[in-house]
Design a protein around this ligand. Structure first.
Ligand SMILES: Cc1cc2nc3c(=O)[nH]c(=O)nc-3n(C[C@H](O)[C@H](O)[C@H](O)COP(=O)(O)OP(=O)(O)OC[C@H]3O[C@@H](n4cnc5c(N)ncnc54)[C@H](O)[C@@H]3O)c2cc1C
Length: 303
């Protein structure tokens, strides 16, 4: 039986695993974090067909249940790189190395960092990149959210229901989120908009105690006392580990069309990691199915 490795268990990777296993392939799905990927970081999903409204964790769990029923081998590890000898790929991870006849890269995207002093020092100790995952640690406390897009405003709205006061810090005058997210903020009286300000540093001795911000208009700085800082400044590609094998776009996404083929036969790309227009759950799932089908054709010598 041919072996296939799928990197990442978001909706793209999980769908690819289900389709590949159903095609009779020996499937190993490698995930470094939570099964579900970005879905686990959102409270509510309202545009996945079949579910008028579903929590991110629940859709993740439902997809994961389908994966476990398919007889896929689940591996918790972080992929560091890929190498190749003849037609066999070696997927090198932090703990082990695994071999496969084909590889589907479905590693999604990573969060953009603030790159200010204090961020690294307080990461996981007050600085968070996931409001839904960590919001409860800040019950009845004051927190800041940095960002102005849909994710930032969704995070701010979620945290308003959990925390005492939420400062929403954004570098522009106006948020770039969709109107419905902007309007939703009006219903919270514990939200304070801090527009036209950028974060300068995250402050604190042993514990995080504030975020220093600077006005983009006057250059004046002040510190907002908070116990937590939620970073929601966008998502970026994470494909350096694969650049030897796959062609990347200028902004680091894997060059691949809807057929999920890459510049190396035997390596496929699915979901948010590839250069595409619409990064959503439904398009990630579609990619997962296409990538598995193309991988099967490749392994059968017809692709
Ligand atoms: C806050 C938020 C709200 C959203 N809301 C919606 C919505 O309402 N509707 C919608 O359709 N879409 C929504 N999206 C977008 C949607 O979640 C993504 O488009 C989708 O999850 C992409 O799926 P993916 O499988 O390509 O990648 P991801 O979901 O990013 O999954 C990739 C997986 O790969 C793993 N991984 C990465 N690198 C490695 C490695 N080196 N080794 C092992 N594993 C690795 C990651 O841990 C992750 O689990 C939202 C996204 C966010 C952040």
């Amino acid at each position: 039986m041919k072996n296939i490795i799928i990197i990442g268990a978001g909706p793209a990777g999980m769908t690819a695993a289900i389709y590949a296993a159903d095609s009779g392939l020996n499937v190993r799905l490698i995930e470094k974090g939570m099964y579900g990927g970005q879905m686990t970081t959102t409270a509510r999903i309202e545009n996945y067909p079949g579910f008028p409204e579903i929590a991110g964790w629940e859709l993740s769990q439902r997809m994961f249940d389908c994966v476990t029923k398919s007889g896929v081998t689940l591996t918790t590890d972080e992929v560091i790189s890929i190498s190749r000898s003849d037609s066999l790929f070696k997927v090198i991870c932090r703990i082990n190395t695994y071999e496969a006849d084909a590889v589907i890269i479905a590693n999604g995207v990573k969060r953009r960092k603030l790159d200010v002093p204090g961020e690294k020092e307080f990461a996981g100790r007050g600085v968070s990149y996931c409001a839904v995952c960590d919001g409860n640690f800040f019950k009845e406390k004051d927190v800041a959210v940095v960002g102005g897009g849909n994710s930032a405003l969704e995070d701010a709205a979620y945290l308003c229901g959990v925390c005492k006061r939420v400062y929403l810090i954004h570098r522009r005058d106006e948020f770039r989120a969709d109107e419905k997210y902007v309007r939703a903020l009006d219903s919270f009286d514990n939200l304070e908009r801090v527009t036209s300000h950028v974060p300068v540093r995250i402050t604190g001795e042993d514990v995080l105690s504030g975020i220093e911000v600077k006005s983009t208009k006057t250059g004046e700085a002040h510190t907002i006392p908070v116990s937590g800082v939620f970073v929601a400044t966008g998502l970026i590609s994470d494909n350096d580990a694969y650049s030897e094998f796959v062609e990347l776009s200028d902004d680091g996404y894997i060059e691949s069309g809807e057929d999920c083929l890459t510049s190396t036969p035997g390596i496929f790309a699915a979901g948010d990691t590839r250069n595409k227009k619409l990064r959503q759950i439904v398009t990630a799932c579609a990619d997962g199915a296409s990538a598995a089908k193309k991988a099967l054709e490749y392994l059968n010598g017809v692709g």
